[in-house]
Each structure stands twice: as C-alpha cells, then as structure tokens.
Design a protein around this ligand. Sequence first.
Ligand SMILES: *Cc1c(COP(=O)(O)O)cnc(C)c1O
Length: 379
Amino acid sequence: MSALPAPSSLPAQPRGLARPVLRVDPAAIAANVRRAGAVSGAAVMAVVKADGFGAGAVPAARAALAAGATWLGTATLDEAVALRRAGLAAPLLAWVLPVDAAWDAALRLRIDVAIASVAHLRAVAEAAARASLRARVHLHVDTGMARDGAAPADRPALVAAAAEAERLGLVEVVGVMGHLARADEPADPANAAGVAAFRTALDEVAAAGLRPAVRHLAATEAALRLPAAAFDLVRIGAGLVGIGPGLRPALTLAAPVVLTRRVPAGTPVGYGHTARTAAETVLATLPVGYADGVPRRLDAGAAVQLGGRRCPVVGRVSMDQLVVDAGPQGADVADTALVFGPGDAGEPTAADWARWAGTIEHDVVTGIGRRVERAEVGR
Ligand SMILES: *Cc1c(COP(=O)(O)O)cnc(C)c1O
C-alpha cells in the first residue's frame, strides 16, 4: 500500500459547500410583510406553520415581527408552544386543534385558539375553569371551504355558547376568523360570497353581545388581491417566503457538486436506466434527493443552475442524490449548484419546480427536508 502524499503536495482544491443549504433571506421576509401590510391596510399576522414554510419558524417569525407584523399564527398547538419556548411573546393563534388538544398549555402560554365547535368550546372552557385562567379564543367560521370553520348551521349554537362562556369568565372572545377557498381567483363569486358569509357571522357575534377585537378572513392571496377581505388583520404564510403576486422569494436551495464524470453518448443514468445521454457530456451528482424534498416525479425540463448554465436533471431522482447534465463544458467537484432561488442569477424558482412536479410552490418549499441546513443570509 502506497502512502498518501503529504497534504501540502496535493494540488490546491477550491473549497465548496460542506452540505446542501437552504439560504433564508430575512430582508425578503421583511419586505413581504411590509408589502402585505401596505396593500391590505390591515395588521399582519405572520403564519409560520410547517416550520415557517421551510424557512425555519423562529427566524421567520423574528424577521416578520421586526418588519412590523404584530401577530403570529400556526396550524398546530405544538408549533405555537415551540414559538413561546423560543421566547416569542407576540399575540399567537393556533387553529388546527383536536377536541382533546393540550388546552392547558395554551392557557399557560397565552396562546389563542381558534374554536369551531361547541365541543371544542366546552373543552377549552373546562380547562380554563380547572386552571383558573381565561382562554383567549377566536370563533372560527366556515366562509365557503367546508374544511375547518363552523358550518353555517352550527354557528348560532357556537356563538351562543361562546357568549355564555365569556359571561362566566372562562373565555375571552378575542377574534373571529374565516378563510377563503379561491382568493387566487379574485373575480370568482365565491370570494364575494365568502366575505358576505363572514359579515353575517360578525353580525351574529355582535348580536350575541360579543366584541371581538380582531376580525380576520384574508390569507396571502386575499390580502394582496381582495381589499374587501382585509378587515383588521391578514394572515400571511406563503407570502412570508415570497409566494404571491409582487413578493420577493426568500429561499435559495444550493448544493455542492459531489462528483463529476465524462461519459459517452448512450450512457444509461440512475435507477431503472430511464434516461441515456444523447451525446458525450459531463454528468454531475448533487447530494439532494426526494428525502430532501426534491420532487421525484418531474417533467422533462427540470434543471438546476450550475456554472452559469441551466443543467437538466437526468434520470430518476434518488432518495439522497440526483444527477444533472453539466454539458461538454463540464463542472468541478465543489462547484455550487442552485436548485432554486429568486431567479436573479438565472436559477430556477420554486415556481419552476412546482410546474415541473405538477404541484404548487407551497408544496415545494414545505417539503425541504430536515437534512438540509438552514442559514440566514446577510448576517
Ligand atoms: C395556512 C393558512 C393561512 C396562511 O395562508 P397563506 O396562503 O399561506 O398565506 C392562513 N389561514 C389559515 C386558516 C391557514 O390554514
């Protein structure tokens, strides 16, 4: 066995990334918060569910609050608890709650809860009585989605029960919320119908003697496109990372080239040999795969940016790796590929990946796996 040469006698090797990284741009998040606030004229709730749409819930929340957001929102109570544990003290609402949710944690940590049924209201009121605390609730009404708010037929009983629980000092009705199914199609009549349903619910709430401080219906698309849906507060989730009209993408997925090889025409590539090279070329392997959120089902056309060029994905995406065609000019180990980003350097965007995968940008960014390091840029 021959000894390795001393490191000093090895040729100098340019340094690249040690691992794939999702770069998070807090300035972009801040700009998106300011835009949503300016366009809607409403206060902004930063919705940092699903780990802040891939950006990291805590850094996304901090960037949004620094830019003027005054509320935080999450889907689950566990997500909200994690924000409190990280020291975030802003008003905070969670809305995907089983009837046996950890209401006591919500009470102790002053986490607001969205309540959509009498059963849920009873459960949180009982927890409040046990803890001698008052629960902060938002009545969640269905405004045309048949998903997570109280159905119109169930609303009067919910409003009456909430008024009674507030009179008993067990809950404080802080807000009323709805959600729109088709805000990305602003001319669709479902939007006006949703706004009207929300107004009807607000009238019922007022008639029951409740005076909620925040009425909120709009998420990102409605905040940017439907002035009639703005009310007091807009819930901005996808918009934080730049998904939505006129916003700035905040996420860039970069990966180092792990290995390159020059191959002749006709070389089969990857599992199943589903692709063969058309001509002599250089293939480059990247250390990201479907376990890292790169969609496995892709149209022809899927590509990364490498060496200033679009380099197509060749063959199947593996769990941990994918292969791109770097062309006859080639690529070097330690070169950095941009999988997606804002598009400033000609790289694909999350919207491109969504199109290639037959899905939406939200699915692409929330799919980025835990193995991918998150790093804030500009700090
Ligand atoms: C996810 C979610 C939001 C945020 O929606 P975006 O379109 O991502 O801004 C707002 N409200 C509810 C009820 C949600 O589930």
